[in-house]
Design a protein around this ligand. Sequence first.
Ligand code: GDP
Length: 226
Amino acid sequence: MHSALGRSQRSPLGDQTITIKVHARFLKSATAPEQFPVPTAPEVSFLGRSNVGKSSLINALLGQKVAHVSSTPGRTRTVNFIELRQKPESLEPDLILADLPGYGYAKISKEIRAEWPKFIEPYLSERESLRLCVCLVDANVAPQKSDRQLMDWLRHRDRELLVVATKADRLSSNQLSQSLSQLKREHQVEQILPVSAKTGSGMGELWRKLRACMGNSEIPVDPASD
Ligand code: GDP
């Protein structure tokens, strides 16, 4: 998959709406550290249990199907790298997204346990260009031990975390705020960003966090295309 479509992402920031133009391109899949691409840009990794909605979120963010939405939970067991450019002609990408394999699915947990030390842990602990780990949790599911373990592991390695609660559209606002309070308490985080790949809610704020990871955070503002 080597499409390079433009994406205009309208992002509400206060009372101002900006248009973020992003060109996304699948770069490569890696199953071993020696296959990781040369770190040419700041990187953001996406982590979460299988079926949490990671592929849907990445695709919704980019406005195109770059990440594989699997029918078999936990099927993708590679680190998939996606390059983002503000200008399609740029030699180097502005940001790289790393889509990590889902974890915590009982049927394959043994395999995953064997694979994590081989290439996921080295990736998470050693990748110098890694600026942010986006940890996805399902807003509809009670706090999970495996998520807390991963967050603790990342905190231990001084990794910057952003916890995102997926599928927020499935809950009423009361249910959502209860779920977020419980997730914050159990995972020991001050902030959790609720998102929905289905309705697009929370995408503007997530883009803002991604933008902050780019060295050059000058995103073209294009009020004409409102
Ligand atoms: P992954 O295994 O983490 O990549 O999860 P997927 O993106 O494949 O999604 C798992 C399931 O959750 C699929 O059936 C999706 O349609 C559903 N899903 C993902 N995101 C959302 C969302 O924002 N809202 C709702 N209602 N369903 C979602």
